[in-house]
Design a protein around this ligand. Structure first.
Ligand SMILES: NC(=O)C1=CN([C@@H]2O[C@H](COP(=O)(O)OP(=O)(O)OC[C@H]3O[C@@H](n4cnc5c(N)ncnc54)[C@H](O)[C@@H]3O)[C@@H](O)[C@H]2O)[C@H](O)CC1
Ligand SMILES: [K+]
Length: 180
């Protein structure tokens, strides 16, 4: 069905959606979701955690498309007033250190907001291998994980962060490296 389909399935109030995006490829996936919601008529705003010229190649490409569609892209903030759904695309499997400082402030604001939270691939801050939070960690209403459910999602602790877990087929498999 795809992550965007999970958002469109009726369980989320899409009156005013915020995509909270990091500058890595997890953010790029969030930007693609923002575009797909926008073309379906959803009011979407993007908050970006870093500078537009410091994004990964794929994320830069997605940003270009968002600008073409004139989807608002604003700097990350802890003021999340008015948003009915927040798409968490800050960190995915590239998390490599504890979440601190302004990232922790943003994640704490997401958790404190009254909006439902939909995490892209991994709840930001959760170690996808162990299911241990690495500092501030998003508590999602639902998570769409790409290709397979990460090991950390099936632990008792990990489950508390993913919420409802969906696994999306993106055409990659664990045995992709085998020939024939
Ligand atoms: N790998 C695949 O098979 C696919 C991945 N997809 C998506 O890509 C993300 C992973 O993307 P990546 O760019 O490797 O990492 P992230 O976006 O998770 O983050 C990288 C970014 O964040 C910085 N960083 C890490 N930890 C911290 C921290 N604690 N504080 C501040 N900054 C931090 C790091 O330095 C990098 O700049 C995966 O989850 C999927 O969403 C595709 O979907 C395709 C298949
Ligand atoms: K995420």
């Amino acid at each position: 069905m795809g992550a965007t389909g999970r958002l469109l399935n009726g369980n989320f109030d899409l009156s005013k959606v915020l995509v909270f995006a990091g500058t890595g490829n997890n953010g790029g996936d969030g930007l693609a979701i923002a575009r797909m919601l926008h073309v379906r008529g959803v009011d979407v705003t993007v908050m970006l955690t870093g500078a537009e010229d410091h994004t990964s190649t794929e994320t830069a490409q997605q940003l270009k498309i968002l600008h073409y569609y004139q989807i608002p892209v604003i700097p990350a903030s802890t003021d999340l007033t008015g948003y009915t759904t927040i798409v968490d695309a800050i960190f995915g499997i590239g998390l490599d250190r504890p979440v601190e400082g302004k990232f922790a402030d943003w994640i704490n604001a997401i958790n404190a907001s009254s909006a439902k939270v939909f995490s892209v691939d991994v709840p930001s801050g959760l170690n996808a291998d162990t299911g241990e939070p690495q500092g501030a960690t998003v508590k999602a209403t639902a998570t769409s994980s790409f290709a397979y459910a990460k090991n950390g999602f099936v632990t008792d602790q990990g489950k508390q962060y993913t919420g409802q877990l969906y696994v999306e087929d993106i055409g990659v498999y664990l045995d992709d490296h085998y020939e024939g």
